[in-house]
Write a protein that binds this ligand. Sequence first.
Ligand SMILES: [Zn+2]
Ligand SMILES: [Zn+2]
Length: 182
Amino acid sequence: MFLKPVPKFQDPELLAIFQEINAQWFDAFLEPPILRWNSRLRSAAGRFFPGSRKWAVEYPPAIEVASYLRTEERSLELIRDTMAHEMIHYWLWVRRKPYGHTGEFLEKMRQMGVSRYNQVPRLRPYKYLYRCPGCQKEFKTRKKLGVLACADCCKAHAGGRFDARFRLLLDPVAPPVEARER
Ligand SMILES: [Zn+2]
Ligand SMILES: [Zn+2]
């Protein structure tokens, strides 16, 4: 089916789960795409990457599952649920249909009893990261702060009074918490 073949050796655990769901819900019609663990996923439990069918840049599709799911309670159930969700994206793509969360996606999802969102996202417990320009101390908050200065630095260098030199600055590199969508 694909010019650059999916590697023969696949993670046996992911492959077994794929084939089990394939037999149960897809008449064993799906060829395994690349199946791999991803240790960087946190908010998403899984991802589907469409392949390319253009002959010059042909590459196989892939499904990734977040490695951290293996350490969760109900780990097998969560991995199966994630695999099943990504397989619906894959199944739509294989049949050249829109493969996002379309009406057909949601219908298949309900039939299979699969969840739409990651049930156990590892979200950061904070939303905003502020830093004191004096001592570089970090402040993690869930809400935006008003005008505040670093208490330690104001105490040490300004006799305990507010000093704008130590005003906490929002760190722009910390992105807002990602959605749980997958
Ligand atoms: Zn400070
Ligand atoms: Zn999805």
